[in-house]
Design a protein around this ligand. Structure first.
Ligand code: NAI
Ligand SMILES: CCCCCC(=O)/C=C/[C@H]1[C@H](O)CC(=O)[C@@H]1CCCCCCC(=O)O
Length: 263
């Protein structure tokens, strides 16, 4: 997919992985809607991006992705400003062990809603041009993660939902669905985890990082770009590998009944 002139919507876009994804899209000529609940940081990121990439290419929309109305409204505002939509990245995510239902709501339910909204607005069946949706899961969606089992459940959910829906979505709507599973990524939140946690957790963390490496947000953004650009790929899962780099995971053979029902 050539990115020049394309329009993307990214959730959780004002810091960390989402910000790096938004920036790689802008660098490659796309226009980007940045959705985030953090308004002060959003204003700072928006201003910094505008200086480099031009105000006409950027929209910052304050949004709590757990509010269906706010999320719907952001898709509409993106289309109003840019007149098209080609790429959606459902990236916003949290870990909240005390309020675990919120973790499921942000990390899984909102990703599902963002995916359905993306399909609705890009579907060739309803006059759209098709497009691509990349959902950000985690290695915690592929292997057990003892620090936060509900976080892991939410990410297993994202992997299962995205890969399952990808089996029918491209043919019916012209929309490719992809999933990206970073390992540990050097973001401010993760630095907090490294410095504040008990030594037992630090030891575990060190072992995991030794095994899966510590990725940078730019590496994750490069992986995201591959998933967007490569037309031949649909339902792909790109994950952190033991080399610290990203690699594709081959899923078991995907078998459909003769007339699969879709979304
Ligand atoms: N940092 C890491 O090591 C890894 C992160 N991930 C996933 O990558 C994604 C991004 O994570 P990071 O960049 O590390 O986190 P981060 O905390 O730096 O960024 C997340 C962004 O999402 C926003 N956000 C949170 N709740 C929201 C809500 N209800 N509505 C709208 N925006 C909301 C935050 O304000 C923030 O800007 C998450 O889905 C996370 O689970 C996956 C694997 C590893
Ligand atoms: C092998 C599993 C790799 C998991 C990597 C991952 O998804 C990390 C995500 C962090 C992200 O930066 C934001 C977070 O909050 C995630 C870390 C969650 C750690 C749980 C800490 C629980 C606690 O002690 O409070």
């Amino acid at each position: 997919m050539e990115l020049q002139g394309k329009v993307a919507l990214v959730t959780g876009a004002v810091q960390g992985i989402g910000k790096a994804i938004a920036e790689i899209l802008l660098k490659n000529g796309a226009k980007v809607s940045l959705l985030d609940i953090n308004v002060p940081t959003g204003e700072v990121t928006k201003a910094a991006f505008e200086q480099i990439y031009g105000a006409e290419n950027i929209l910052f929309l304050p949004c709590d992705v757990t509010s269906e109305n706010q999320l719907k409204d952001c898709f509409c505002k993106t289309l109003e400003k840019f007149q098209r939509l080609d790429i959606v990245c459902n990236n916003a995510g949290i870990s909240d062990r005390e309020n675990w239902e919120k973790c499921l709501s942000v990390n899984l339910v909102s990703v599902i809603k963002g995916t359905y909204l993306g399909i609705q607005h890009m579907s060739k069946e309803t006059g759209g041009k098709g497009g691509v949706i990349v959902n950000i899961a985690s290695m915690a969606g592929l292997i057990p993660f003892y620090l936060d089992p509900v976080y892991a459940a939410s990410k297993y959910g994202v992997v299962g939902f995205t890969t399952s829906l990808s089996l029918t979505c491209l043919e019916k709507h012209g929309v490719r669905l992809q999933v990206l599973c970073p390992g540990f990524v050097d973001t401010p939140l993760l630095r907090g985890l490294k410095s504040e946690k008990a030594s037992e957790q630090k030891e575990w963390f060190k072992k995991m990082v030794a095994r899966f490496g510590l990725q940078t947000t730019s590496q994750i953004a490069e992986g995201f770009l591959q998933l967007v650009m490569d037309h031949t790929r649909n339902g792909s899962l790109l994950k952190a590998s033991e080399t610290g780099k990203l690699e594709y995971e081959d899923l078991p053979a995907l078998v459909l009944p003769e007339n699969p029902k879709s979304t």
